[in-house]
Design a protein around this ligand. Structure first.
Ligand code: Z5A
Ligand code: MG
Length: 217
């Protein structure tokens, strides 16, 4: 295993629908590659695995799942990638990840199922590789709506988005999630891109200075 100072970073993008996660994660990957870093771009759900295909079918409304069951499938979809994430980071590759366990917690808790609290939702995530930084692309549901109508997937409704945002803000204030950095995602994409790069460069400097190892959720 490489020394911690040579390890890759684990960078996660989170936020509401249409906050710009896919746009900004792709731009960050390009910027880091331009700086000579080895980078892998991943996203959750990973719809390519057998578990991911079950999730895809559920999101498209083609199949039903009990709330706890789909929650655990989303979590299992991260666990099946956990070892390869840790391996890549240890060997010097930076992982840029579009949605992670924070989405897992808030979208499930937003269903308001009385036996599926935010705290319950977080438990299956314990032990996953912890991001060095979670870039929370913050945008109001109203501003996000200006970026185009809802798609046809489950959860793409305005009441659900409002609850999701409140839960993201609750999660952000928890001492357990001290890797959250909030970026104003309502700004032009180029401005967001610059802020994101500055935050990631600072994170890199801090990891190198402290020779910090990758932690667990
Ligand atoms: N889900 C879950 O329940 N549990 C879990 O554990 C996980 C996920 C991991 C699928 O997610 C669903 O799964 C999601 C959460 C749930 N449910 N919902 N709803 P997904 O990631 O596959 O969803 P997506 O459709 O790929 O992405 P998105 O979140 O909807 O959008 P985004 O990636 O944040 O935004 P974008 O595609 O980069 O940009 C959206 C549009 O805005 C596009 O036209 C851009 O050109 C434009 N844009 C982007 N940035 C800007 C700025 N700054 N200004 C103006 N316009 C902009
Ligand atoms: Mg996206």
């Amino acid at each position: 295993m490489d020394t911690p100072s040579h390890r890759g970073l684990f960078v996660v993008f989170e936020g509401l629908d249409r906050s710009g996660k896919s746009t900004q994660s792709a731009r960050l990957v390009r910027n880091l590659k331009d700086q000579g870093h080895q980078v892998r771009h991943i996203s959750f759900p990973d719809r390519t695995t057998p578990i991911g295909q079950m999730i895809n079918s559920y999101l498209k409304g083609q199949s039903q799942q009990e709330d706890h069951v789909i929650h655990l499938l989303f979590s299992a979809n991260r666990w099946e990638a956990a070892e390869s994430i840790s391996h890549d980071i240890a060997s010097g590759t930076t992982i840029v990840c579009d949605r992670y366990y924070y989405s897992g917690c808030v979208y499930s808790a937003a269903k308001e199922n009385p036996s599926l609290s935010l705290e319950w939702a977080r438990r299956p995530e314990e032990g996953l590789p912890r991001p060095d930084v979670c870039l929370f692309l913050d945008i109001s549901p109203e501003k996000a709506a200006e970026r185009g109508g809802f798609g046809h997937e489950r959860y793409e409704q305005s009441e659900m988005q409002k609850r999701v945002r409140e839960l993201f803000l609750r999660l952000r204030s928890s001492p357990d999630e001290n890797d959250f950095v909030t970026v104003d995602a309502g700004q032009p994409a180029d401005v967001v891109e610059k802020e994101v790069l500055q935050i990631v460069v600072k994170t890199r400097e801090s990891i190198d200075a402290h020779r910090s190892s990758l932690r667990s959720v």
